[in-house]
Ligand binder design. Structure first.
Ligand code: B12
Length: 246
């Protein structure tokens, strides 16, 4: 039976008693590792995505989005890399993905009383992503997802594919929307929805952003080695991880 995070009559108080400790516990685990954590209702996500991306849980089910900010590289990835045995590393595995799997799993295991499904941004099911993390981030209030439809008087040809970009209010494009915990046994009908910060209300800036996400000033970008890692193939990624360890 799903646990209620809130009841209608004493909304704020009940939300605090059940939901806050749960979110705070996840924050206490993930924030020191360079992540941010945002609760949302799965229904907010399902309302927007096409049928094939909808998650088959009730609308009020609690989802928790985790995103990594630039400090994750030193706080989570480098320590993870240093603990691995690179001589016996499975060459089909991406070290950064494995780092995410490890830390998300730690969170899941710390809630044995809950039924949690973890969905990583890189996980595919029948050839499509299990979860669209940009939409989840927008609905959770973490980062505005700018899409073609957000631009009036569009400068692009109708048949050109313009990928949407999410812009974090502090780190801009220098974040990764890593995944979502679905608390299948927790419903939160009264979770208040926060709108993401619209950093670019201006049409011209939106057009620029959709062209070049990472040209905007931010207080901290990824470390050079982090950037090098992301633009490498799997073989090189493993070589970078080995180099970090040594
Ligand atoms: C497949 C994929 C790719 C593919 C295709 C790109 C694409 N966007 O489709 C390729 C390989 C090209 C790619 C490349 C890159 N990617 Co990529 N990619 C993904 C992945 C795994 C899935 C995206 C996808 O299939 N979307 C499906 C389409 C249909 O979704 P959509 O266009 O958003 O449409 C939905 C919304 O419109 C929504 N919707 C409907 N109504 C409304 C209303 C509102 C208000 C909202 C918010 C949504 C919404 O419904 C639609 C679906 O039904 C995501 C991670 C993930 N799991 O989400 C990362 C992701 C999008 N990629 C990311 C990145 C960083 C990149 C690269 C920069 C990587 C690199 N180093 O080169 C490049 C940049 C490419 C570019 N020019 O933008 C980031 C984007 C971060 C950000 N700030 O926005 C993501 C989120 C991964 C992450 N870890 O954070 N990627």
């Amino acid at each position: 039976m799903p646990k209620l995070c809130a009841r209608r009559n004493t909304v704020m108080e009940q939300t605090k008693t059940i939901l806050n400790p749960l979110i705070e516990k996840i924050r206490a685990m993930l924030e020191p590792l360079g992540f941010e954590v945002y609760p949302f209702k799965i229904g907010w996500y399902n309302e927007h995505v096409d049928e094939k991306y909808k998650l088959s849980v009730p609308d009020d089910t609690l989802g928790v989005l985790a995103i990594s900010i630039p400090g994750m590289w030193e706080k989570a990835f480098i320590p993870f890399v240093k603990q691995q045995d690179w001589d016996n590393w499975n060459k089909e595995k991406d070290p950064l993905h494995e780092c995410m799997i490890h830390h998300f799993d730690q969170v899941k295991q710390s809630f044995p009383e809950h039924d949690i499904e973890v969905m990583h941004q890189f996980e595919m099911l029948n050839g499509q992503p299990k979860i669209l993390v940009q939409t989840a981030a927008h609905m959770a209030g973490a980062a505005y997802c700018y899409q073609r439809r957000d631009v009036t008087d569009q400068p692009w040809p109708a048949d050109e594919n313009i990928y949407g970009v999410s812009f974090h209010p502090v780190y801009g494009g220098w974040v990764s929307f890593d995944g979502v915990f679905i608390f299948k046994d927790v419903v939160c009908p009264d979770l208040p929805q926060r709108a993401p910060k619209d950093v670019f209300p201006d049409r011209k800036e939106r057009v620029e952003l959709l062209k070049k996400l990472r040209d905007f000033p931010v207080p901290r970008k990824y470390a050079e080695e982090h950037e090098e890692y992301l633009s490498s193939d799997l073989h090189q990624k493993i070589a970078i991880a080995r180099r970090i360890k040594s």
